[in-house]
Ligand binder design. Structure first.
Ligand SMILES: [Zn+2]
Length: 231
């Protein structure tokens, strides 16, 4: 390969290295975290906590109901046993019984509401679990794909680095320093000539320069952008 072919080849290698390295970083970042799955897990955990709290509250209400039922039963037994004959005491027991029954009725409403809350919480937790399972499955699939891609990228990057080292080894130091300087300054160091103009900046390439560039044995710079012209 002549000088310009080597520089062109080096640039193709460097551009692919840049591109593949960037993709490798993206793949690593995606492998490291998955916001969709994290959100699905958080939502499911929160729904489960809410459900647990609703169930605990329902149990509390049920215990309250049992306690009241026991009190009512005891009062009724005493009241209708005939053992208590004092009218004042009977009246007091009757009032207590009425109060407990009212409390018990009110509690029934609360129990129904709470059962409803538990049921809704259960449905919500189940829905969130399905979303989470889907996200887990999608992630597992994605992880397998990404891991394959990461391995392929690593292999290709190793090849490119070897090619780069080899190509740079065959280029003269002056050509390399011009190339490196342009790469740092404007990204692409070598511009193809297209229709007698620089393919990157569009400035016309004088015939003499184009001819020398096509020979490919010396560095010919574009009068517009200063890049190395490749014929
Ligand atoms: Zn140019």
């Amino acid at each position: 390969m002549n000088l310009l072919s080597l520089l062109w080849h080096l640039q193709q290698t460097d551009l692919e290295l840049e591109d593949k390295s960037q993709r490798a970083r993206q793949v690593d970042a995606t492998l490291a975290n998955d916001p969709a799955l994290a959100a699905a897990r958080t939502a499911h955990d929160a729904a489960q906590q809410q459900l647990a709290a609703a169930r605990a509250q329902l149990r509390d209400r049920e215990l309250e109901a049992q306690t009241l039922d026991a009190k009512i039963k005891t009062l009724e037994e005493r009241l209708y046993s005939g053992r208590v004959t004092n009218p004042k005491e009977l009246d007091g027991m009757e009032k207590d019984l009425q109060m407990h029954r009212r409390q018990r009725d009110a509690l029934d409403d609360k129990l129904l509401t709470q059962m409803d809350t538990v049921e809704r919480g259960q449905k919500d937790a189940e829905a969130k679990m399905r979303v989470r399972e889907q996200a887990e499955a999608a992630r597992a699939h994605e992880l397998a794909q990404l891991t394959r891609e990461r391995d392929a990228l690593a292999a290709r990057l190793a090849e490119l680095n070897a090619t780069r080292t080899q190509t740079r080894g065959t280029l003269a130091p002056e050509a390399l320093s011009t190339y490196d300087h342009l790469r740092r300054k404007i990204g692409r160091a070598v511009a193809p000539i297209k229709r007698e103009s620089c393919g990157l900046c569009g400035v016309a390439t004088p015939t003499g320069l184009a001819h020398r560039a096509r020979e490919g044995n010396e560095l010919v710079l574009c009068p517009g952008c200063g890049r190395i012209l490749a014929g």
